[in-house]
Design a protein around this ligand. Structure first.
Ligand SMILES: Nc1nc2c(ncn2[C@@H]2O[C@H](COP(=O)(O)OP(=O)(O)OP(=O)(O)O)[C@@H](O)[C@H]2O)c(=O)[nH]1
Length: 319
């Protein structure tokens, strides 16, 4: 595996690339965790989300430069900062420390070339990926427990997007393109898959479970619990079977259902420039610009709710 720092509009993220022995794909984890970047966050007792397999010594002759190149470093590399990490056993996080911290927010996301790369409005996958990174990066404000000070503590946003290379709910891009053509003939996404001889959903979550356990979630007494960002009941069930402790499901509400269908227009504004927007128009930030909408998306979402059991209230049905 390998890891590197990626600056994002919401702050730094650490991209982990995993190999595995179940398929020949490279699955990914995007870790959002200021604790491993800034030492000042360590004083908040926030445990770092570290990969056990990355921090482990791969061989006794490994050089500092080899460890740095594969990503086993702490902080931000620079010409003046070239230190590899110490093995994790040298820096344990106590159970008590973990209990003070809100559970990390986790999203299991499956690859969608059409939605993420070319902005297809047949689905909301690109929007969901952006939104997951945004939500995970949001800080939590915790009221002060000490009566002598009224200052609340701000816990930086922390969590993971596990990005699984399961294009088209596991049927692959070629079959998904064929399914799109059947959808244009009037079939929904489930029937189109079945007409092609596939299951409605062929995904698996054992690799996601292994990645999350590698990042310190769920395993043993010290394993941290998670909040899962999804409407898909299969994901909650599958991760629990994988030994993850899912303490809360956080719904993913499509932006088009909260914004576009209630208002005629949407204005994109720079953060901090909301003043002066005409009444009746909705101000939305640049970071939220990947909002998809339209009849194809509505049909896709309704099929998820009506045929795949996704937990999302349907518009206009009070469900
Ligand atoms: N077969 C098929 N797959 C699609 C279609 N549209 C999107 N997808 C795939 O559906 C998957 C979406 O997965 P996720 O983003 O993990 O979301 P989800 O499991 O539907 O549920 P949530 O976690 O609630 O968002 C991706 O693999 C997409 O490539 C389609 O029309 N047909």
């Amino acid at each position: 595996m390998a890891r590197t720092r990626i600056p994002t509009p919401h702050g730094p993220a650490f991209l982990h690339l995993y190999h595995n022995n179940k398929d020949n794909k490279e699955h990914l984890a995007v870790v959002i965790d200021p604790a491993q970047l800034e030492e000042s966050f360590q004083t908040l007792n926030v445990p770092a989300i570290r990969s056990k397999s990355l921090d482990a010594e791969w061989n006794p002759n490994e050089t500092i430069m080899e460890r740095i190149t594969r990503g086993a470093y702490v902080g931000k590399l620079s010409p003046n900062q070239q230190t590899a990490s110490v093995p994790p056993s040298a820096n344990p996080v106590s159970t008590q420390t973990r209990q003070e911290v809100p559970p990390a927010l986790v999203r299991i996301h499956s690859e969608c070339f059409t939605g993420e790369t070319i902005g297809s409005m047949r689905c909301d996958c690109g929007e969901q990926l952006d939104e997951a990174i945004r939500q995970i990066s949001q800080p939590t404000i915790r009221p002060s427990l000490d009566s002598t000070t009224s200052r609340p503590s701000i816990i930086p946003g922390r969590g993971v997007v596990v990005y699984l290379r399961q294009e088209g709910r596991g049927i692959g891009l070629l079959s998904k393109i064929r399914a799109y053509n059947l959808q244009d003939l009037g079939h929904d996404t489930v029937t189109a898959n079945i007409l092609l001889g596939h299951g409605a959903d062929e995904r698996r979550y054992d690799i996601a479970g292994a990645i999350l356990r590698d990042l310190g979630f769920g395993e043993g007494a010290n394993g941290e619990a998670i909040k899962l960002l999804t409407n898909n009941p299969d994901k909650v069930e599958a991760l629990e079977k994988e030994g993850l402790k899912v303490v809360e499901r956080v719904p993913m509400v499509p932006k088009s259902w909260t914004v576009h269908q209630q208002h005629d227009s949407v204005v994109i504004v720079q953060p901090g420039m909301e003043d002066g927007i005409a009444p009746g128009l909705v101000a939305t930030h640049e970071s939220a610009s990947r909002v998809v909408h339209g009849p194809d998306l509505d049909k896709y979402l309704r099929t998820k709710v009506l045929r795949m059991g996704h937990m999302l209230p349907l518009l206009g049905q009070g469900a």
